[in-house]
Ligand binder design. Structure first.
Ligand SMILES: [Zn+2]
Length: 378
């Protein structure tokens, strides 16, 4: 009877660079919950289940997609898209790009946490490997930029140091269990990962074989979190280059949009902000003037309507008011300005109505015109 290798001794944990493995299907059951997938256990695997802060691998078993992998007790359970025959010989293959990325981030975190603690007194209490960014959380206020710069420089110096990453194991000992070991693990082996003499930590994850494989680490920004803790965000390895490529692309787009080089972006944007502020001020002033004129035109329209039987005010926006000027000083120019304002701010149209002259200044349309200077510029 074929048995399954225990988590801790999986092939991917013994040789993190193995991409394929010929093995045997030990069991295959429909996944719980009627998801239409199948839970498969193999005699051994190069697919790592979620653990140690490292997300699971994906890949294929005999050409069938592995959608997820998780630890259940001491077994690695592969969630696959189609059933596999128990006892069948299969080749399992890991999605290497994803695994390599995970190893760079995870191993990079070991180095970052070790240097932060040993040389800067910043203890890592948790970490996260996200799809885009990673972070470590420290129980301290946000470090100053010069501290972060020195930390980043030291971490990259260690990476350039080309230290071997080694694994040693011992049998599980309940009287000496590592602090971070999941509570349900009470057997098997405990793995310790060493990076030269920089770091030694119990960890179940997959790691690079030499710290140089991490290539580099870039610290990004910090974020205060509850309890006075701070998260320090970072990326390692290929993610650094991807992030830089995305930044360069945005920089090229901005260069074209602003017609100036990156060294002038800040000055140019500050100029834009000043111009917008001035324009807003001018627009607000002109909108108020238009509103006052509209109110005056409306008032004039009401007066004329009262004298002519109520139809003269209808021409307020179209110049008909000219016939109703009736010798009232200024009412002619008011009707012309009202017409202009009506096309721009939309407020005077309401103001010109004979039934609601008082609504000019306080009408919703007038208020909208005031709060939306862009419409005046149209
Ligand atoms: Zn680790």
């Amino acid at each position: 009877m074929v048995t399954a290798a225990k988590v801790g001794e999986l092939w991917c944990q013994r040789d993190s660079h193995a991409r394929t493995l010929d093995t045997t299907v030990v069991s295959c059951e429909p996944s719980a919950g009627g998801a239409g997938t199948f839970d498969v256990v193999l005699a051994d695997s190069v697919i790592f289940p979620t653990g140690g802060g490292q997300p699971n691998d994906i890949g294929t078993i005999g050409g069938v997609a592995v959608l997820d992998a998780r630890r259940a007790g001491m077994q690695c359970v592969h969630v696959v898209a189609a059933p596999l025959e128990v006892g069948a010989s299969v080749t399992v293959e890991v999605d290497w790009e994803r695994r390599r990325d995970h190893m760079q981030q995870h191993s990079g975190q070991h180095i970052l946490s070790a240097i932060a603690q040993n040389e800067f007194g910043l203890n890592t209490i948790s970490w996260s490997l996200g799809k885009q960014l990673c972070c470590i959380e420290i129980p301290a206020a946000e470090p100053k930029q010069d501290v972060l710069d020195k930390l980043e420089a030291r971490v990259n110096e260690v990476i350039r140091g080309h230290h071997d990453v080694t694994i040693d194991t011992r049998d599980h000992d309940e009287s000496d269990r590592p602090e971070k070991l999941p509570g349900d693990i009470q057997e098997g082996i405990v793995r310790f990962i060493s990076m030269g003499n920089i770091d030694r930590n119990p960890c179940c994850g997959t790691h690079v074989k030499n710290v140089a494989e991490v290539q580099c680490i870039k610290l990004l920004h910090t974020e205060r979190v509850r309890g006075g803790n701070t998260r320090i965000f970072f990326v390692a390895g290929d993610r650094v280059f991807k992030l830089m490529q995305a930044s360069l692309l945005r920089e090229r787009q901005l260069t074209a949009l602003m017609s100036t080089g990156p060294e002038n972006f800040v000055d140019r944007v500050e100029g834009f902000k000043r111009n917008i502020k001035d324009l807003m001020k001018t627009t607000k002033k002109q909108t108020k003037e238009l509103k006052d004129l509209a109110a005056a035109a409306a008032a004039a329209g009401v007066a004329v309507a009262g004298a002519s039987g109520g139809d003269a005010g209808q021409g307020g926006g179209k110049g008909k008011g000219g016939s109703a000027n009736g010798g009232k000083p200024g009412s002619g120019s008011s009707s012309i300005d009202s017409s202009k304002a009506g096309r721009g701010s939309r407020a005077p149209a309401a103001a010109a109505g004979p039934d609601s002259p008082a609504s000019a200044a306080g009408s919703p349309a007038a208020a909208e015109a005031e709060s939306q200077p862009a419409s005046v510029r149209e």
